[in-house]
Design a protein around this ligand. Structure first.
Ligand code: NCD
Ligand code: ZN
Length: 345
């Protein structure tokens, strides 16, 4: 097969940042994707309805002329979030989800949740009105090994919250372990996003033969058996698993540093990478489910009306090594193998 036409994909977990970075990287997503769930971890975070309205306006202003890309906004859950504000933002159609970061789990998560009892009223309200919760699934306890933080989270945090709120729809964001895949498979009312890079790299890619900061993200990539469980879940067509790239740009000086930031920037070549992974598994026919159909179904939205066509060429496709933004250069994810598929139209 050398041509594949699918419903236009969406990205159910995306960091667009703000200012010159937003302007520089937004075209990379708007080129191929119809919509994206926009993460609210700005500094300061997008906490209230008024913040989300203002951020949405800045995104719309930064869009290239003629683009029909639609940002799907989220609110950042804090211990002070007012359930009534969340409900009003949902009722107005402004937001499609609320994001919960355990405090300190990742980039710009200092205002996240430490005491889960404090957010119980918001979670109850969300369950009542059918608003999904996007959960960064890692504990932050200093004594838990970073490679175990997702698995421990499922037991200690996710399970009690889901038991207390069985009607709450939950997205386990950027699942990175077989434990997470197994948990989501067994759970009612739950789905998971899988990133582009977690379908490709393992922790060896970060650490063997020198430290490679552009592969460092959170949750950190795990050993191969976990990567392989993610590939099996994504390529299976199972409706619980869908694309959330977690494309998370940081300028190169902040990545290539003595204390480098977490985040892989995959917006530019995600569809090419995914086509490669799905073809390798003999599952190209399920790419549309993963990238275009399962996500909207989870969020109760229609899939996009238009299509894209991917083509496979003999010679590898060239992507820029970096996107030059007004904020500085951002290195594009290198899958470590040549890419032959590209979005042709
Ligand atoms: C994200 C970021 O940079 O905002 N970083 C990352 O490694 N994924 C935050 C996040 O989603 O954890
Ligand atoms: Zn993210």
């Amino acid at each position: 097969m050398t041509t594949l036409t699918i419903t236009r994909p969406d990205d159910w977990h995306l960091h667009l940042r703000d200012g010159d970075m937003l302007t520089g990287i937004l075209p990379e997503t708007a080129r191929d994707f119809g919509r994206a769930i926009i993460m609210p971890n700005l500094v300061p975070p997008v906490v209230r309805t008024t913040d989300a309205i203002a951020y949405r306006d800045r995104i719309m202003t930064a869009l290239p002329d003629g683009s029909t890309f639609e940002p799907l906004m989220t609110l950042y859950l804090t211990e002070d979030t007012d359930p009534a504000d969340v409900a009003a933002a949902h009722a107005s159609g402004l937001i499609k989800a609320v994001k919960l970061y355990p405090a300190g789990a990742t980039t710009n998560s200092a205002s996240g949740v430490s005491d889960f009892d404090k957010v119980r009223p918001v979670l109850e309200k969300m369950a009542e009105i059918g608003l999904p919760l996007c959960f960064h699934g890692e504990v932050t306890d200093a004594d838990i090994d970073i490679f175990d933080r997702e698995a421990v989270f499922l037991d200690r945090v996710m399970d009690p919250i889901r038991r207390a709120n069985p009607d709450l729809k939950v997205t386990l964001e950027h699942v990175t372990t077989k434990d997470g895949v197994d948990y989501v498979n067994a759970a009612e009312n739950m789905g998971a996003t899988i990133t582009t890079h977690h379908l490709i790299i393992t922790r060896n890619d970060i650490l063997v033969g020198g430290i490679r900061p552009h592969y460092y993200c959170l949750p950190v990539a795990k050993r191969a058996l976990h990567r392989d469980a993610l590939v099996a879940a994504a390529t299976s067509g199972n409706a619980k698993f869908f694309l959330g790239t977690d494309s998370a740009p940081h300028i190169d000086p902040l990545k290539e540093s003595g204390c480098g930031c977490a985040g892989c920037f995959t917006a530019t070549n995600t569809m090419s990478c995914l086509a490669h992974v799905f073809e390798n598994e003999g599952k190209l026919e399920n790419l549309e489910r993963f990238a275009s159909l399962n996500g909207p179904a989870h969020y109760g939205l229609a899939s996009n009306a238009d299509k894209i066509t991917l083509r496979k060429s003999e010679t590898p496709v060239e992507f820029p090594a970096k996107i030059e933004t007004g904020a500085g250069p951002v290195t594009v994810f290198d899958p470590g193998f040549p890419l032959h598929w590209h979005v042709a139209e």
